[in-house]
Write a protein that binds this ligand. Structure first.
Ligand code: ATP
Ligand code: MG
Length: 172
């Protein structure tokens, strides 16, 4: 099964992110991420067999996540996949620590795939027609978090993904 670990936005922020995705979609086209799939990926694991997934879910439910607030204040894009996203102008040390310690634990459990670089971002559009984000509205949002989720991504018949949460961290 295809798995990743992510932060999930609180409901009000999810709604706001969805509104921004609509605005971006009107300007830039492409495929808008549906509201129920908006997230911040901390670790993409890819294919994991069922036995390992059960062990992983048990481990995730024992994790504590130090409460934090991530500031979202900038639009950006990834050129190659033509992704339009929002993230931070400045580095977010607590989030980087969370991602690093998470990967330390994953590697200790034999999971490969730690990326060379972590760019915290929330994908709003994929395969955008335009990557011009300069005239999108100014943003300054806060994302309070205190837990992470282990999520399974299931491809449905139409080729779109559906997400299901398998486990949540215990919180601080
Ligand atoms: P779709 O692929 O249908 O557009 P999706 O990208 O939301 O849907 P997944 O491809 O399962 O669904 O991805 C789940 C999460 O993992 C997303 O945040 C995605 O950006 C990230 N991800 C997917 N593939 C990789 C990869 N090879 N390396 C790093 N992160 C990835
Ligand atoms: Mg994908």
């Amino acid at each position: 099964m295809r798995l990743f670990l992510a932060l999930v936005p609180p409901p009000e922020l999810r709604t706001r992110l969805g509104e921004l995705a609509d605005i971006a979609h009107a300007r830039c086209g492409g495929r808008r991420m549906p509201d129920d799939r908006l997230h911040l990926t901390l670790a993409f694991l890819g294919e994991v067999d069922e036995k390992r997934a059960v062990e992983l879910a048990e481990w995730v439910s024992t994790l504590g996540v130090a409460p934090g607030r991530w500031r979202l204040d900038s639009w950006s894009c990834f050129q190659r996949p033509r992704i339009v996203w929002i993230g931070s102008q400045r580095p977010a040390p607590p989030l980087e620590t969370l991602q690093r310690t998470l990967w330390d634990g994953l590697e200790a459990r034999g999971f490969p795939g730690r990326p060379a670089r972590f760019v915290p971002h929330v994908t709003l559009l994929r395969r955008a027609d335009s990557l011009a984000t300069f005239d999108l509205p100014d943003i300054d949002l806060a994302w309070p978090y205190n837990k992470l989720e282990l999520i399974q991504s299931i491809m449905d018949g139409s080729g779109a993904a559906r997400y299901t949460t398998l486990a949540r961290s215990g919180g601080a």
